[in-house]
Design a protein around this ligand. Structure first.
Ligand SMILES: Cc1ncc(COP(=O)(O)O)c(C=O)c1O
Length: 441
C-alpha cells in the first residue's frame, strides 16, 4: 500500500502548529498526495491549491526535476558539515541565488526557514554596526501587522499581538512603524495611492530613540500573513531614503514575495527599491526541502567578514545551513523558474487574476479586495461578536468543494502556484464566490 494514502487512526500524539488542535482532531482535513495545481485527500478527492501549500510551492507540486535532484544527492552525500567544511552544492546554490537577487546583494547565508532567516538578518545587522564601531545601534524596527516568523527576534519585531501574547518578555530593543492599511485605499488594484507618509514615522522613531540608535528596519514589501497589505505608491522608496539618510540597514522580508510571486525574482526588483538584506525561504526549494537564506549586501559582508581579525567572523549558523538536499532542491527549483520563465508568466497572467478576484466585490460581506502579483486578499465583515468565524466557515466550505484557501482573521488570502492557468482562476473565483454567498448571514 502506498503510505501516503494510509489514514492515521491515532491523532493524539501530534501537537499541530498554528492549528486549533481540538477542533481539527474532531474533523481532520487531510492531504495525501499532490501534483501540479492540485492536492488529493486520502479518499481521493481533488483539491485545487489556491495557496501554493503555504505560499511556498511556487512551481507547482510534484516537480520531478526537484525530486530527482534530491534523490541523486541523498544517495551521493546525505550530509556534510558546513562549519569549517564545505561541499560543492552549497557554493553553487549560493551563486545561483546571488544571480537572482538585486545587484550588490550577493552574499548568501543559509538557514532552514523564514523564521531563522529573519533572526539571522537581525543578528547580521547588529554585527555589522558593531564591526563598524557603532555598537550603540541596537534598536530593531518592525511594523504593525508585520510577520517575520516565530523565533524571538522575528516575533519581537513582528506586529501581530496574538502571536506574542503567550511569550513575553520579548526583545526590549524594538519599536514599530505603523501599518499601511488605510480606508481610503479600499478595493485598490495593485499599489494603493494613499499612505506614502506612513514611512515618515521612521523619522519620528529616529528622533525618539536618538540619531545613532537604530540598527535596522525590517518590513515585508507586501505584508502577507496579516492579509495582503500592498505598499502604497512611493512608500518603500521613502523608507529606503530615510534608512540611507540615517545609516539604518533596510531588510526586506521576502519569504513570500520572493521567487517569482511578484512577477520578478524578488519584490525588490518589481518595485525597484533595493534593501541592504533580503530574507527568503519557502519558494527557494519549492518547499520540497526546508531551506531559508539571507542575501546581504557586499558592504555588509566586507564590514563583518573582510575587515574582521583572523578566525570565525560571525558566530552564527545552523547544523543544517546549506544542507546538501536543500541545496540540490534549490538549484533544481531555480532551473525550473529560469526554464519556464515563471516571473514573466506571473506578469502575463496578473491582469486576468486581478480582474477575476475583483469580480467578487459585490458578494455579501466583502469589505475590501487587494491584490498584487499572484497574491490576493479578500476582507470580509466579521460576524457580530464572532471574529474569524465567517472566514473559517468559508475555508471549510471551499475545502469541501475542492479548493484550498487560507484565512487570517476574516481575510481570505490567495497565493496559488505560479503555473496557474485561466481555468484554475475561474474555478477559484467560482468556488470561493459560492462559499462567500453561502455565508451571507
Ligand atoms: C514574511 C514571512 N517571514 C517569515 C515567515 C516565517 O517562515 P517559516 O514559517 O518558514 O519560519 C513567513 C511565513 O509565512 C513569512 O510570511
Amino acid at each position: 500500500m502506498d503510505m501516503t494514502h494510509a489514514a492515521p487512526n491515532d491523532f493524539d500524539a501530534l501537537w499541530m502548529p498554528f492549528t486549533a488542535n481540538r477542533a481539527f482532531k474532531q474533523a481532520p482535513r487531510m492531504l495525501a498526495r499532490a501534483e501540479g495545481m492540485h492536492y488529493w485527500t486520502p479518499d481521493g478527492r481533488e483539491i485545487l491549491d489556491g495557496t501554493a501549500g503555504l505560499w511556498c510551492v511556487n512551481a507547482g507540486h510534484g516537480r520531478r526535476q526537484i525530486t530527482e535532484a534530491i534523490q541523486r544527492t541523498t544517495a551521493a552525500l546525505d550530509f556534510a558539515p558546513s562549519f569549517q567544511m564545505g561541499h560543492p552544492l552549497m557554493f553553487e546554490a549560493a551563486s545561483r541565488i546571488a544571480q537572482l537577487t538585486p545587484a550588490g546583494l550577493d552574499r548568501i547565508f543559509f538557514t532552514n526557514s523564514g523564521s531563522e532567516s529573519a533572526d539571522t538578518a537581525l543578528k547580521i545587522a547588529l554585527a555589522y554596526h558593531r564591526a563598524r564601531g557603532q555598537a550603540q545601534r541596537i534598536k530593531l524596527i518592525g511594523r504593525e501587522r508585520g510577520y517575520h516568523g516565530i523565533n524571538f527576534g522575528g516575533l519581537s519585531v513582528g506586529g501581530i499581538g496574538a502571536n506574542k501574547k503567550q511569550f513575553g518578555p520579548l526583545l526590549g530593543n524594538v519599536d514599530h512603524l505603523p501599518h499601511t492599511h488605510l480606508h481610503a485605499n479600499l478595493f485598490t488594484r495593485g499599489q494603493p495611492e494613499h499612505g506614502v507618509e506612513k514611512a515618515d514615522a521612521l523619522e519620528d522613531l529616529v528622533q525618539l530613540h536618538g540619531p545613532d540608535s537604530i540598527a535596522a528596519v525590517i518590513v515585508e514589501p507586501v505584508a502577507g500573513s496579516t492579509g495582503i497589505l500592498v505598499p502604497p505608491k512611493g512608500y518603500l522608496e521613502r523608507l529606503r531614503a530615510l534608512c540611507t539618510k540615517h545609516g539604518i540597514l533596510l531588510i526586506f522580508d521576502e519569504v513570500i514575495t520572493g521567487f517569482g510571486r511578484m512577477g520578478a525574482p524578488f519584490a525588490a526588483e518589481r518595485y525597484g527599491v533595493i534593501p541592504d538584506m533580503i530574507t527568503m525561504a519557502k519558494g527557494l526549494t519549492n518547499a520540497a526541502v526546508p531551506m531559508g537564506a539571507v542575501a546581504a549586501s557586499n558592504a555588509i559582508y566586507e564590514a563583518v567578514v573582510d575587515d574582521a581579525p583572523p578566525g570565525i567572523e560571525l558566530f552564527h549558523g545552523y547544523t543544517y545551513s546549506g544542507h546538501p538536499l536543500a541545496c540540490a532542491a534549490a538549484i533544481a527549483t531555480m532551473d525550473i523558474h529560469r526554464d519556464e520563465a515563471l516571473p514573466a508568466r506571473v506578469l502575463a497572467i496578473e491582469p486576468e487574476w486581478q480582474d477575476a478576484i475583483h469580480s467578487l466585490r459585490d458578494r455579501p460581506g466583502v469589505m475590501d479586495i487587494r491584490n498584487t502579483g499572484l497574491i490576493a486578499g479578500i476582507e470580509l465583515r466579521p460576524f457580530e461578536g464572532k471574529p474569524a468565524v465567517r472566514a473559517g466557515r468559508i475555508m471549510q466550505r471551499c475545502f469541501e468543494a475542492g479548493l484550498l484557501i487560507r484565512t487570517t482573521a476574516d481575510i481570505v488570502a490567495l497565493s496559488p502556484p505560479l503555473i496557474i492557468e485561466s481555468a484554475h482562476i475561474d474555478r477559484i473565483v467560482t468556488t470561493l464566490g459560492e462559499a462567500i454567498a453561502a455565508e451571507a448571514a
